[in-house]
Design a protein around this ligand. Sequence first.
Ligand SMILES: Nc1ncnc2c1ncn2[C@@H]1O[C@H](COP(=O)(O)OP(=O)(O)OP(=O)(O)O)[C@@H](O)[C@H]1O
Ligand SMILES: [Mg+2]
Length: 259
Amino acid sequence: MLIARDIVVKHRRRTILHGLLFRAEAGQVTAIIGPSGAGKSTLLGTLSGDQPFEGRITLNGRDIRGARPAEMARQRAVLPQAMPMAFPFTVAEVVRLGLHEAMALPHVVAQALGRVGLAGREAALFQELSGGEQQRVHLARVLAQVWAPVTGGAPRWLLLDEPVSSLDIGHQLQVMAIVRAFAGQGGGVVMVMHDLNLTAMSADSVALMQAGRIVAQDRPGAVFTDALLGAAYGCAVAVNRTPRDCAYVLPQVAGGPGG
Ligand SMILES: Nc1ncnc2c1ncn2[C@@H]1O[C@H](COP(=O)(O)OP(=O)(O)OP(=O)(O)O)[C@@H](O)[C@H]1O
Ligand SMILES: [Mg+2]
């Protein structure tokens, strides 16, 4: 379990997260959604242990406040929303950034790249890749870091900030299949998402954020309502159901042909 209680985060004197409660279970995919500026990345950074906070966070039953960086690195891998590379790294070098020296072996790098559809691209220059390819290299780095979803009986965690934001539908589904498989094997996944339909189809639990608070956390079917989404995003949406009872969301465009 990953449990965050009474979390307050401040930047200078401004309060960004207002005493919120968040929980994620191993074996599940938990999504964080909400409008831009709601505090999703701040919450993910706080869960990662990369952000000073008030309150208490336990990861697999242990308080993260006292945890050493090496211990945190064994238990979770973090994909930040933006990770600019200042130097002309190759793809293989970027993937190796996430690895302990003893694990930074060519076959580990090759397998991680293969999982994100970039097999054989080790020698390419990271800066010369497309935006979506760069995003998948970072995902490979994160996957290489945690590798097995469970070690020594304890789940490992993937903390991903908008992992599919630059990807086409085929690669989005590939990434969702990776995170579902990771959770299916006992690992924990927390991911920040803007694509509501992909979220409804992929997540077991959804935390909806607005203005530094979690306004609802529940299964997608309970969070995806016209009222909750419309209020949080400040726009008109219509939630529908597929024949398999999965929610999907249509924006309501004023004056549009579909309206
Ligand atoms: N380092 C910082 N210093 C000051 N304010 C910050 C800092 N990081 C974030 N904030 C503020 O905190 C609020 C929440 O930011 P955050 O990045 O968590 O939003 P978000 O929900 O991830 O948005 P988006 O969907 O645009 O990525 C914003 O108003 C932002 O300006
Ligand atoms: Mg963000």
